[in-house]
Design a protein around this ligand. Structure first.
Ligand code: E4P
Length: 217
């Protein structure tokens, strides 16, 4: 399972990269705004800074919603750096753009996926990744993990190469559950990655080992 961090915060990206388990970064316009990155020029520069901070794919989202705009923006983003994956929304024009990018060998991440039908359509159009938002489904009393299970079954039935990128991950249990049902990738906050290493018995055990070592030396 690949681990992506879902942030535009360079310090958090560097922390996760240093841990040695990071495979990529996902961003979205809200995450860029949260870091105070505004204006096209600054946003493009920030994508390059993110690419330099991580060894792996960096999803950069288009903000156009018409076909020509998505294509223009996506080609500009893809040309920025070889690590860039163009993030395209699951709308009609977005599906057309996925097919266009796929034919041009430009890698894509189809975002805002909330149903198995949308995931099927994105795979048919040649998306590199699909991003089902499991946390946002859970937020409205709908089974986010169940959607990952459905998409896994559909993709396996037809050997689609599109990777399931479980997004809107909120906590460590989401990560573990997604790993159990075969998501190819998860993207979440730094806390959902470093939280995996925590266990009180590890802390208690280590404390005792160090105390016993001191007694004998
Ligand atoms: C996916 O790529 C999105 O950036 C993200 O996972 C959305 O998560 P949220 O629901 O926590 O905003």
């Amino acid at each position: 399972m690949k681990f992506f961090i879902d942030t535009a915060n360079l310090n958090q990206i560097k922390d996760a990269q240093e841990l040695g388990v990071l495979d990529g970064v996902t961003t979205n316009p809200s995450l860029m705004a949260k870091e105070g990155i505004t204006g096209r020029k600054n946003i493009l520069k920030h994508y390059i800074d993110i690419c330099k901070a991580v060894d792996g794919d960096v999803s950069a989202e288009v903000i156009s919603v018409d076909f020509d705009g998505i294509i223009k923006e996506g080609e500009e983003l893809a040309a920025l750096h070889p690590q860039i994956v163009v993030k395209v929304p699951m709308i009609k024009e977005g599906v057309r753009a996925l097919k266009y990018f796929s034919d041009k060998n430009i890698r894509t991440n189809c975002t805002l996926i909330f149903s198995a039908g949308q995931a099927l359509l994105a795979a048919k159009a040649g998306a590199t990744y699909v991003s089902p938002f499991i946390g946002r489904l859970d937020d409205i009393s709908t089974d986010g993990l169940g959607l990952i299970v459905e998409i896994r079954e559909i993709y396996d039935n037809y050997a689609f190469e599109t990777e399931i990128l479980a997004a809107s991950i909120r906590h460590t249990m989401h990560v573990i559950q997604c790993a159990k049902v075969g998501a190819d990738v998860m993207t979440g906050p730094l806390s959902s990655i470093v939280g995996l290493l925590k266990h009180p018995l590890t802390d208690i055990g280590l404390k005792k080992f160090l105390e016993d070592y001191k007694k004998g030396n």
